[in-house]
Design a protein around this ligand. Structure first.
Ligand code: SF4
Length: 233
C-alpha cells in the first residue's frame, strides 16, 4: 500500500501531480462527466495531456451527459476510452426480463457498470475518482489515497483528489475556468447516473439521495462492489 497522507488543504492539482508522476501511464481517471470529474480532467490534462480517461457507457445515460462528454472532448483532445457492458440492453432484457434496474438494481449495476469497470481497471495500477466527503454521509470517512482491489483481487491504488473539496469549490472551479457541465444540474439534479435511476433532489437532501430512490441503495456500485468482492474471495 502507498504510505502517503495528504493534508486536508493539499491542492487537488498537487495530488494529481504526485499521482501522475508515480503511476503514469498505468493510471486513469474514471469519469461519468460529473462536475467533479470535469475538474479533475481539466487539472490532470494540464499535467499530462495523454492521461487515460475511462467512461462506462451503460446505454442508460442521459443525452445531457453525452452532450457534456462531447463538449469536453472538443475542448481538450481527451484520451477517452469507452467500455460497454457485454450485453446490449435488448440482450439483457431477453435474458433477465424488462426493467432489471427496478427489480434488482444491484444485478443491473453489476452487469452494466461493475463488469466493464473491472475490465478497465486491469489496464492500470491506480485510478482517480471525483468522490468528495461532503457528497453523502456514506462518504465521510473517504481518504485521499486508499487501497482498492481489481476484480481479480489484485491491489489497486484509488486516489480521490477532491476528498476535502466542497460542492461550492467544485462549482467555482467550473465557472472560473468556463468548463462545460451537464445542464441537468440546472434542473435540480445533483448526482447524475443512469436515466432510470436518477432524479432531482430537494433542498437540504444529501446530494446522492436522487440515486436509486426507494431501492435502499445510495452508494455507487463501482465504489463498493470491488471491495465486497475482495472480502468474499
Ligand atoms: S444505475 Fe440503474 S440503469 Fe444504471 S446500471 Fe445501475 S441499476 Fe442499471
Amino acid at each position: 500500500m502507498v504510505d502517503i497522507k495528504f493534508s486536508n488543504d493539499t491542492p487537488p492539482s498537487e495530488i494529481l501531480s504526485w499521482s501522475i508522476e508515480k503511476y503514469y501511464p498505468r493510471i486513469a481517471i474514471a469519469s461519468s462527466f460529473s462536475v467533479e470529474d470535469t475538474v479533475l480532467i481539466d487539472m490532470a490534462t494540464q499535467i499530462q495531456p495523454n492521461i487515460k480517461i475511462f467512461y462506462i457507457n451503460t446505454g442508460f445515460q442521459f443525452k445531457e451527459t453525452d452532450n457534456v462528454k462531447e463538449a469536453l472532448k472538443k475542448k481538450r483532445n481527451l484520451n477517452l476510452i469507452e467500455y460497454s457492458p457485454l450485453l446490449s440492453i435488448e440482450e439483457q432484457t431477453l435474458k433477465y426480463g424488462p426493467k432489471l434496474y427496478d427489480r434488482n438494481p444491484d444485478v443491473c449495476c453489476k452487469l452494466r457498470k461493475v463488469e466493464p469497470i473491472r475490465r478497465a481497471l486491469q489496464e492500470v495500477d491506480a485510478w482517480i475518482t471525483g468522490l468528495r466527503r461532503d457528497q453523502a454521509t456514506t462518504r465521510q470517512k473517504l481518504e485521499v489515497v486508499e487501497l482498492d482491489y481489481k476484480g481479480d483481487g489484485k491491489p489497486l491504488t484509488k486516489i480521490n483528489p477532491l476528498t476535502y473539496w466542497t460542492k461550492k469549490e467544485v462549482w467555482n472551479y467550473i465557472q472560473n475556468n468556463k468548463l462545460p457541465y451537464n445542464t441537468l444540474y440546472d434542473q435540480g439534479y445533483m448526482s447524475i447516473g443512469c436515466k432510470p435511476c436518477t432524479r432531482p433532489v430537494q433542498q437540504g437532501e444529501d446530494e446522492r439521495t436522487g440515486r436509486w430512490t426507494g431501492k435502499g441503495k445510495t452508494e455507487c456500485c463501482i465504489h463498493t462492489f470491488l471491495k465486497t468482492e475482495k472480502s468474499e474471495n
